[in-house]
Design a protein around this ligand. Structure first.
Ligand SMILES: C[S@@+](CC[C@H](N)C(=O)[O-])C[C@H]1O[C@@H](n2cnc3c(N)ncnc32)[C@H](O)[C@@H]1O
Length: 217
């Protein structure tokens, strides 16, 4: 039975209201609902509102996009924007990054975007960083042979650490910038996420890397 978001407005429970919107949207899925052999092309991980994915999907309607995040109340923002635009090539998946291996087919993705992930600054929490070598192994498994990851962050230390993780694991750096929006990189790399819009207003430089997986011989 569908939930009525208006019931939640009356109780002023804003978060529950947003969960109801997620629950009722035909573009939103819990990981258990996601069909196991469903193919798509581009994943945004830790997508937050998913508005960045919506911008990508509206620019390239031939590709299928998935915006994944653990927070349903954030993802529903993107789902509503996609519905308003009539997009049918993006879906919103509530899942933790480590759960996605159950639903992503090996060698199926053309790109993975990791955008402004939580930095987990404490040393003992490095395993949660979405650029940790364990996650890089997953991305390598999911990407087509000519696939790439894109990683953006304002967090300098996380970026330096992530570059080391990439190089140690044999990834090839294709593009690199420590100030994306002042760089000559193509405008396709400069579409802003929700956090990025906030950070660029504060004049914080955005770090960016595009990398391709190690070649297995
Ligand atoms: C700082 S926000 C950035 C959101 C968005 N990428 C942006 O740039 O606006 C980080 C997001 O990553 C999500 N996140 C953190 N750890 C995650 C994980 N292991 N799997 C999926 N999402 C995760 C959080 O819920 C949060 O929405």
């Amino acid at each position: 039975m569908a939930l009525d978001p208006k019931d939640f407005i009356i109780t002023r429970k804003r978060k529950k209201y947003k969960f109801a919107l997620f629950f009722n949207s035909s573009l939103c899925f819990e990981i258990e609902e996601w069909p196991r052999n469903k193919r798509f092309d581009v994943l945004e991980l830790g997508a937050g509102t998913g508005l960045f994915g919506v911008a990508l999907a509206s620019q390239n309607i031939k590709k299928q996009y998935v915006a994944a995040d653990v927070k349903a109340d954030r993802l529903q923002t993107g789902a509503r924007a996609a519905e308003e635009k009539g997009l049918t090539n993006i879906q919103f998946l509530r899942a933790r990054a480590d759960q996605l291996d159950d639903v992503i087919l090996p060698s199926s993705l053309s790109s993975v975007w990791v955008t402004f992930p939580d930095p987990f600054p404490k040393k003992r929490a490095t395993k949660h960083r979405l650029t940790h070598s364990q996650f890089l192994k997953l991305y390598q498994k999911w990407l087509q042979p000519n696939g790439v990851i894109y990683f953006k962050t304002d967090a300098k230390e996380l970026f330096a650490w992530s570059l080391e993780e990439l190089v140690k694991a044999g990834w090839r750096i294709e593009e690199l910038s420590f100030d994306l929006h002042e760089s000559d990189l193509p405008s396709s790399c400069k579409i802003k996420t929700t956090y990025e819009t906030r950070y660029t207003k504060e004049e914080r430089p955005i770090n960016f890397v595009k990398a391709s997986p190690p070649v297995c011989i």
